[in-house]
Design a protein around this ligand. Structure first.
Ligand code: ACO
Length: 423
């Protein structure tokens, strides 16, 4: 924060006073909302690298210092002391739940975990080789067919219930999508179990309904989901808000978020990282991969490296990197890809190209290796990301619905096409 309360922009003979808005933490913002009216000028900021699109009290990131806070709590403390369900409650409500509130929240999530036959039929209609993210987006959109007619967006209780329903159903959809791809029966979740155990059992249980829950796996997955739960105005969350700004229902908004997450520059990177590590294959090929990533004639980038906001380190990657070693040791997994990943990280961190551009490993760099150790198939990685991110998406959607300054998202453009011409 600075003492600056006003910035001045001079355009020709006009001088415009721009009020400077003060956040609780982070950069001050020059309010340009009256600029066009007073000068006729638009502003240009491709990719919104310096533009705040909303006010939000949910998550704070300091990309230079590697800080990530959910509702003020540092991610390191939440990863160590909290649970994914508690974090989901925190994101939704702004405060941590008391013991009774947490119990009631878990009960609500269990109650809403099942899906009806229309979802099974939809998932069953996809080819076995369809990408899970395509099926996930369609399944969430399908939920709006069931729930939209009865949803009054002006009713706070109904909005909250829709948000909880989405968090509750995501693991069920993920499990069903996995089982469909494997040609397994589309089973129901065991609602007597906690959130993460319910997902694991539904996903991996055998035909006779048996699955041995490993507490190490449950804990590791719970922490991974905490790390993915929110990340302020990233591409998918901005998409959820963009669609939400039109008055579309939360299911449609979150389905759009899923498709935004799918891209390899965003959540699809976790899948891309594992494919890249497999392609590199052995630690002695790492140098070649680094050289290729620096070559501007090649389209190859080191997946899992770089971040729009973190220009120091991604605090989530730090937690995951330590956790990866621990989880692999606990599970007795000896994965040669880990050696490739460690060597790649070391090589890139010492390389001038990556140092100069402040390219550090991001959350996706190691998450794929843990997912693999947890026997989650590569093509389901981004679905796992979506599962973790859903509390963030719906919290932003909820926040937006009561924001008095919320407007439909409708950016301007710099037109570069032909001037008017006759037909
Ligand atoms: N490998 C090689 N070079 C890279 C990489 C990379 N992973 N990332 C960025 N660069 C280079 C660019 O080529 C560019 O170089 P230049 O200045 O010589 O032209 C410079 O670094 C800046 O890159 P931009 O693309 O402008 O940075 P931006 O902030 O727009 O992109 C992004 C960030 C999309 C994450 C990018 O770093 C990337 O593509 N990373 C790989 C994909 C990835 O891991 N995505 C996950 C992001 S985290 C998440 O969504 C959970």
């Amino acid at each position: 924060m600075s003492d600056l309360n006003q910035a001045t922009l001079t355009a020709g003979d006009k001088s415009v006073a721009l009020p400077v808005l003060k956040p609780t933490l982070g950069n001050d913002c020059a309010d340009i909302s009256k600029l066009t009216k007073e000068t006729g000028l638009f502003t240009y900021d491709s990719g919104f690298t310096a533009t705040a699109s909303c006010k939000s009290a949910i998550t704070y990131i300091d990309g230079d210092k590697g800080v990530l806070l959910y509702r003020g709590y540092p991610i390191e403390q939440l990863a160590e002391k909290s649970s994914f369900i508690e974090v989901a409650y925190l994101l939704l409500n702004g405060e941590r739940p008391g013991a009774d509130q947490l119990k009631a929240f878990e009960a609500e999530l269990s109650k809403e975990a099942t899906v009806d036959d229309s979802i099974n039929a939809l998932i069953g209609s996809f080819g076995k080789d369809a990408h899970p993210m395509a099926i996930l987006a369609a399944s969430i959109a399908q939920l709006s067919a069931k729930y939209h007619n009865s949803l009054d967006l002006n009713d706070a209780a109904q909005r909250y219930q829709a948000a909880v329903r989405l968090i509750a159903k995501l693991p069920t959809l993920a499990a069903l999508i996995y089982r469909h791809g494997k040609g397994l029966n589309l089973n129901a979740p065991d609602t007597s179990l906690d959130y993460v155990s319910r997902f694991l059992k539904q996903t991996f249980e055998s035909a006779d309904g048996k699955y041995d829950l490993n507490p190490n796996i449950v804990k590791a997955l719970d922490v991974l989901l905490i790390l993915h739960a929110d990340h302020e105005q990233n591409a998918s969350t901005s998409t959820v808000r963009g669609v939400g700004s039109t008055g579309a229902n939360p299911y449609a908004s979150v389905a759009a978020g899923v498709t935004a997450l799918w891209g390899p520059a965003h959540g699809g990177a976790n899948e891309a990282v594992l494919k890249m590590l497999e392609e590199i294959g052995t630690a002695d090929k790492v140098e070649d991969a680094v050289a290729k990533a620096k070559d501007k004639n090649s389209h190859f980038r080191l997946m899992g490296f770089g971040h729009r906001v973190y220009k120091n380190f991604d605090p989530r990657a730090k937690i995951i990197s330590v956790m990866t070693q621990k989880v692999l040791a606990e599970l007795g997994v000896n994965d040669p890809l880990l050696e490739v990943a460690v060597k790649l990280e070391q090589a890139a961190l010492q390389d001038d190209y990556f140092v100069a551009r402040k390219l550090y490993p991001n959350v996706d760099f190691y998450s794929g290796i843990i997912y693999k150790a947890l026997q989650i198939p590569t093509e389901l990685f981004t679905v796992m990301f979506a599962l973790g991110r859903t509390p963030g998406w719906v919290s932003h959607w909820l926040e937006q619905q009561t924001d008095p300054e919320m407007k439909i998202v409708r950016p301007r453009q710099i037109y570069t096409g032909s001037p008017v011409r006759d037909y």
